[in-house]
Design a protein around this ligand. Structure first.
Ligand code: MGD
Ligand code: MGD
Ligand code: SF4
Ligand code: MO
Length: 681
């Protein structure tokens, strides 16, 4: 049997190890690696039918040139030579007239691979001196806050949860978004671990929790500071730990004194006794862990929310203990050498940078230094997944914008392109993956030849480099050579890569990064911050424009009251990864007609019935969805998952409504600070 080793490319912490059976050049079976310690022989519901994606009848198979109006869907096939020739001729002209800054490459997380994502997103565009992209749609605020506070983004091994007494899952829904954690969590629960979920909605994850705290969206900092208040008041704070390892703890104690449980009740909607109970449960735990993910930061004051919730394992002295501490992401354990990735030192400086959340605004004029004249999209579907989509469409319709989209499918974004290029799936390309949820590097071998005319991101990058007349060898190396280069340069600095070579990755598929099994993040009390301590009071954060201490800041004064009174939360759909996979009919059926969850009291007040239709609207746009009337969401909040394709569901999706305002730090997206009106119909 010809089984090819690979891994799942999707934006998910689990990066599952996969095996593809190939018969006569065709992939006939796609399964999980039964021997992988984290994948454990199973794939999630989304990716199990991956071969339906690979052999989807709607896969793009040849380059297309627009012949009708923008967005009209009228195309003429062209050869790769013609397409590359046209793109590079246009780009040379634009660079000569307006400079490279007039060309904006836009990419994000279609695949998370080293070469097909990170290297492709940097090398060619650095060489062109193109416009930079501030990659802030997902996790910018949390990354900045974790690094400023602890000095490094070092999550413990997830299996340490087996030694945790109380874990708080704070704005994290792993049953949908990182499911291979769930068997570990269940094992822990069988050992006696108590699980608390803090989320504005009841989720698949919260069904198995011991305590579900349903708070008002965006009020986490008040909840966390009230917990800190109780911990200090009841002698549950670890003063010795705080003295030794932190700066600013006394100021935090003072700040938290202003957040009594009663005050926090008024802000969060959670009863004071419940806040006290959660604080005691966590404070009395021998080992307490806070695991948070990305939803909680996607608010106007999301940076401060994250900083506040990080205080709980700090105040209780749990940081550095096995089974305790903070779990956010594995990504800081190993950083690829940025010089080897992007060769920026050999390129012109980046002339300007656009925040990706402001794509619509940027395309319609919110940029200094002249308009964006060309947009190159790959690994992303901004019309489906970026906020304020109507504005993006408005920009894409500009006659003077030259848009190229490299895609697997005719997405909501591709349909507005001037040139569409067909892309490969993970089975048709080589790559190396570094997971953000476990500690193994995953090599992806190519299992089958590219379908019809499809080419991988790196292959297209090489063709574009040749078309531009660039001779640098690092723009023309093979995928394997690129991996080898990045690995070799990074290995010289990082002990995590000791003995990890391209040859080993190719032979073994899964190669663990090197960790001392006894090592627990920060157990040595050394924090790579400027002060060497946990910076509760943070000059770095103050420099980013927030209070030096964590604080609760209401979003109420920041949202536009004209948008409506309901808070719209639009987190992950169970059956899609952002908008990827959302064009597989099997998964669309499982997810059901695009829906919005509404609390029964709100439904009654608005005459909305379960299964009936609901209109949601604000200044940015409108969308009609199926009503799911449920206590899973509190009154005043409505929930509709991200990911639906507008062009498969009536012309709009939830991102026609979402806010493209930026959060308090790091230019973070603020999807869940969106306000809407709702009505039956
Ligand atoms: N099935 C599936 N899996 C995915 C994805 C997907 O689209 N579908 N996306 C992938 C990506 S790109 C990412 S970044 C990760 C995200 O992984 P998660 O962060 O786990 O997922 P989200 O659904 O974005 O957000 C988690 C929870 O945050 C809650 N939330 C929203 N606002 C608040 C708030 O103010 N306070 C609190 N406490 N909670 C709040 C939401 O209700 C949601 O249940 O998942 C990845 N995995
Ligand atoms: N309302 C709302 N919207 C959200 C969020 C939310 O919470 N709420 N979450 C946001 C988050 S966390 C994220 S990370 C973003 C993700 O936003 P995006 O990165 O835009 O993710 P997708 O929508 O999945 O689009 C990825 C596209 O890449 C294509 N693709 C896959 N593999 C390849 C490849 O090898 N080559 C090329 N050229 N294309 C490929 C896929 O077909 C897909 O169309 O979405 C954000 N959108
Ligand atoms: S999406 Fe996540 S859980 Fe599903 S197969 Fe991919 S890595 Fe595994
Ligand atoms: Mo994300």
């Amino acid at each position: 049997m010809n089984m090819i080793r690979g891994c799942c490319p999707h934006d998910c912490p689990d990066t599952c190890a996969t095996l593809t059976e190939v018969v006569d050049g065709r992939a006939v079976r796609f399964v999980a690696d039964p021997d992988h310690e984290f994948t454990q022989g199973w794939l999630c519901a989304k990716v199990r039918p991956y071969l339906d994606r690979v052999y989807h009848p709607e896969r793009l198979t040849q380059p297309l040139r627009r012949v009708g109006e923008k967005g009209s869907g009228e195309w003429a096939p062209v050869s790769w030579d013609e397409a590359i020739g046209e793109i590079t001729d246009r780009w040379k002209g634009i660079i000569a007239e307006s400079g490279g800054g007039a060309i904006l490459p836009y990419s994000y997380s279609g695949t998370l691979g080293l070469v097909q994502n990170i290297v492709t997103a940097t090398r060619l565009f650095n060489r062109m001196g193109a416009c930079g992209l501030d990659r802030t749609i997902c996790d910018a605020a949390a990354n900045a806050a974790v690094r400023a506070t602890f000095g490094a983004n070092w999550a413990p091994d997830l299996r340490d949860v087996l030694q945790t007494d109380v874990i708080i899952l704070w704005g994290n829904n792993p049953a949908s978004t990182g499911p291979h954690f769930m068997p570990i969590l269940r094992d822990a629960q069988r050992n006696g671990t108590k699980v608390v979920v803090i989320d504005p909605r009841r989720t698949l994850t919260s069904r198995g929790a011991d305590v579900m705290v349903q708070l008002r969206p965006g009020t986490d900092a008040a909840f966390a500071l009230a917990m800190v208040n109780v911990l200090f008041a009841e002698g549950l704070a670890d003063i010795e730990f705080l003295e030794r390892n932190t700066i600013g703890w006394e100021a935090l104690r003072e700040r938290a004194a202003g957040y009594t449980p009663e005050i926090a009740e008024g802000i969060t909607g959670v009863a004071a006794e419940e806040i006290v109970a959660v604080a005691r449960l966590f404070g009395r735990a021998k080992r307490g862990m806070v695991k948070f993910a990305d939803g909680v930061q996607r608010h106007l004051t999301g940076g401060q929310s994250v900083r506040a919730l990080m205080m709980l394992p700090v105040v209780t002295g749990q940081v550095g203990k096995r089974g305790g501490g903070l779990y956010y992401s594995m990504s800081g354990h190993l950083g690829w050498d940025s010089g080897a990735i992007g060769h920026a030192g050999e390129c012109p400086p980046t002339p300007r940078v656009v925040n990706m959340n402001r794509l619509g605004a940027a395309l319609t004029g919110e940029v200094s230094g002249g308009p964006i004249r060309s947009l190159y999209v790959f690994n992303a579907n901004p019309v489906g997944s970026t906020p304020n989509a109507r504005k993006i469409v408005e920009g894409l319709k500009r006659e003077d914008l030259f848009t190229v989209v490299h895609e697997l499918f005719m997405t909501d974004t591709a349909q507005y392109a001037d040139i569409v290029l067909p892309a490969t799936t993970q089975l048709e390309q080589v790559d190396l993956h570094k997971p953000y949820g476990h500690r193994n590097l995953q090599y992806n071998h190519q299992a089958i030849e590219p379908l019809a005319g499809a080419k991988s991101n790196w292959e297209v990058s090489r063709l574009l480099a040749a078309g531009m007349g660039y001779g640098e060898p690092w723009l023309h190396a093979s995928v394997e050579e690129v991996i080898d280069e990045v690995l070799t340069v990074t290995r010289e600095k990082s002990p995590r890569l000791a003995g990890v070579t391209l040859e080993r990755l190719q032979a073994e598929g899964t190669v663990p990064m090197v960790f001392d099994p006894e090592w627990v993040p920060f157990a040595d009390g050394v924090f790579p911050t400027p002060s060497g301590k946990i910076e509760i009071e943070s000059a770095a954060m103050a420099a980013m424009g927030v209070d030096a201490l964590p604080d609760y800041v209401s979003v109420e004064g920041l949202v536009d009251p004209e948008d409506g009174p309901f808070v719209l939360v639009s987190g992950a759909a169970h059956h899609f990864t952002s908008s990827s996979l959302a064009n597989l009919p099997k998964l669309e059926r499982k997810e059901g007609t695009p829906f919005v969850e509404v609390n029964p009291a709100d439904a009654a007040a608005k005459g909305i019935v379960d299964g009936g239709s609901v209109r949601l609207w604000n200044r940015r746009g409108a969308v009609t969805l199926r009503a799911v009337v449920t206590e899973d969401v509190a009154a005043g909040t409505v929930v509709s998952p991200k990911g639906r394709w507008a062009n498969r569901s009536g012309g709009e999706n939830i991102n026609w409504l979402t806010s493209d305002a930026l959060a308090d730090i790091a230019g973070q997206s603020t999807f869940h600070s969106t306000r809407v009106n709702i009505a039956a119909g």
